[in-house]
Design a protein around this ligand. Structure first.
Ligand code: GDP
Ligand code: MG
Length: 163
């Protein structure tokens, strides 16, 4: 079956952009509007001789906060069940939100490796914003820009090191 890396987090943090970069496809729909990718999307990736699968989660039509949080919980629980490594994506531009905290509280309960990815770190100044994510209790935020690809190589080194 091989290793599976799950990408989780609230809408609009850049999960699908990261998925597309890791799988080198344009499979996942990236949109300016939150919640465009439906349910789950699987792809293949390879890094320094390690082949693995990646699953992008999310794509919720936001009707009410309740439905929404419930859907996020479901996706995060599935990721915890099936994945070998979990990438928890947060966004340095928008900072910590209530939904980030809800996701983090679930992820803090798993023994599986969780890497907190501080996305949208498009420049060095934005790295300072990432300090805020320590309060989510999941260790060091790992700064990347899924859009430009900066930091993603180092992130992949970290990921394959967990297999
Ligand atoms: P998802 O809802 O978490 O899957 O987020 P998407 O991948 O659909 O991205 C949401 C928005 O954030 C889109 O407009 C992306 O272009 C943008 N985005 C994603 N990654 C980055 C990044 O590294 N930097 C910047 N500035 N924008 C990004
Ligand atoms: Mg998406």
């Amino acid at each position: 079956m091989g290793n599976l890396v799950a990408i989780v987090g609230r809408p609009n943090v850049g999960k699908s952009t990261l998925f597309n970069r890791l799988t080198k496809t344009r499979q996942a729909i990236v949109n300016e509007q939150a919640g465009t990718t439906r349910d789950r999307q699987y792809g293949k990736s390879e890094w320094v001789g390690h082949e693995f699968s990646v699953v992008d989660t999310g794509g919720w039509v936001v009707n009410s906060d309740d439905v929404f949080e419930e859907e996020i919980r479901k996706q995060v629980s599935l990721a915890i069940d099936e994945a070998d490594v979990i990438l928890f994506v947060v966004d340095v531009v928008n900072g910590v939100t209530d939904l980030d905290m809800a996701v983090a509280s679930i992820l803090r309960r798993t023994k599986k490796p969780v890497i907190m990815v501080a996305n949208k770190t498009d420049n060095n100044e934005l790295q300072y914003n990432a300090a805020e994510f320590y309060k989510l209790g999941l260790g060091d935020p790992y700064c990347i820009s899924a859009l430009s690809g900066s930091g993603t190589g180092e992130l992949l080194d970290l990921v394959v090191g967990k297999f």
